[in-house]
Design a binder for this molecule. Structure first.
Ligand code: B12
Length: 261
């Protein structure tokens, strides 16, 4: 389920069951603590998001990026942020495309067309976000995090989207692509000393590389150790039970809240 705030219309993260793409509305912590929660949510906006997702699915199947950009502008007119469209509407459609491909309902070419469409929409939104200075870099105490893929994970869109979304919420987030070899990664993390190292795992086969990273970081003195947080498709689907020395996170909503504390 895709959890959006019914008041500010910002994406809050997903909740189980992840395979259900339906939009569900709640109230985010900011709106709850403000006057907004006393007003009625705008139901027309709620319907708008569901319709928009259907339109994105159709545009993606056609690979029509121009149409997607027009939809993003329409959404922006009612204060729905492009980055939330990307993470809260478009990324879940990729999850569905993956399932369609797995059960043979679409061809590899269909899947590639849709992925390529998402890449181009992502590029358009990054260009727009940089141009408007929309990333919140004003908080002096903002968390610094580094995102990498698990060794062998070629799914690069996840950490790029996540970095963009975290940055839009004031986190100093850097996606490191491609993943450096282990020693280079550790040296880099030692120097950058981020609050957290976020590692993305798409398939369970990628776990051994994460175990190596976790074991090496666990040997560092406690004061120099970043939090090691592991997420991504394989974690979301519960395909990995535990990784010693690491926190597993199935969703980005709790991730954002935990980085704020
Ligand atoms: C596009 C795609 C590809 C593209 C990737 C292109 C690219 N540059 O990214 C290509 C063609 C390269 C590819 C290759 C493969 N793929 Co693929 N792919 C996909 C697909 C359709 C979309 C991936 C995507 O971008 N999703 C959108 C992003 C935003 O989602 P995400 O990565 O999950 O990230 C979100 C969250 O998980 C979270 N998150 C991500 N990282 C982290 C980290 C932390 C710490 C936290 C808290 C959260 C978090 O934040 C993101 C935003 O919400 C998925 C379907 C799916 N379920 O996603 C299959 C999928 C992941 N692929 C799959 C497979 C099998 C493969 C291949 C093995 C196919 C093959 N036979 O070659 C290879 C493996 C390559 C490799 N070594 O990694 C399977 C994995 C099955 C499994 N669970 O084991 C999937 C699920 C498709 C399926 N249903 O079968 N793939």
């Amino acid at each position: 389920m895709l959890n959006w705030c019914a008041y500010c219309q910002q994406f809050q993260g997903e909740t189980e069951p992840y395979e259900v793409l339906q939009i569900t509305h709640g109230i985010c912590a900011t709106c709850e603590s403000s006057m907004l929660a006393d007003s009625e949510p705008d139901l027309a906006r709620v319907r708008f998001l569901a319709e928009l997702q259907g339109e994105f699915a159709a545009a993606g199947r056609r690979g029509d990026v121009g149409e997607a950009e027009a939809m993003i502008l329409r959404a922006a007119h009612i204060n729905v942020r492009p980055v939330d469209v990307l993470v809260g509407l478009l990324a879940p459609l990729l999850f569905e495309i993956g399932k369609d491909w797995e059960r043979g309902a679409i061809t590899v070419a269909d899947e590639h067309r849709f992925s390529n469409f998402c890449e181009r929409v992502y590029a358009a939104i990054v260009a727009r976000t940089s141009a408007s200075g929309a990333q919140d870099s004003t908080r002096p105490d903002r968390a610094h995090v580094v995102l990498v893929n698990a060794p062998g994970n070629c799914h690069t869109l996840g950490i790029r989207l996540l970095a963009l979304w975290l940055a839009s919420h004031g986190v100093d987030a850097h996606a490191l692509l491609p993943t450096p070899p282990l020693e280079a990664l550790l040296t880099l993390i030692r120097h950058a000393s981020p609050r957290a190292l976020l590692v993305s795992v798409a398939l369970p086969e990628q776990i051994p590389g994460v175990l190596d990273i976790a074991a090496r970081i666990a040997a560092w003195p406690e004061a120099t150790r970043p939090r090691l947080i592991v997420g991504g498709n394989a974690i979301k689907l519960g395909l990995v039970a535990a990784i010693p020395g690491a926190e597993l996170m199935t969703d980005i909503g709790p991730l954002l809240r935990s980085l704020a504390t």
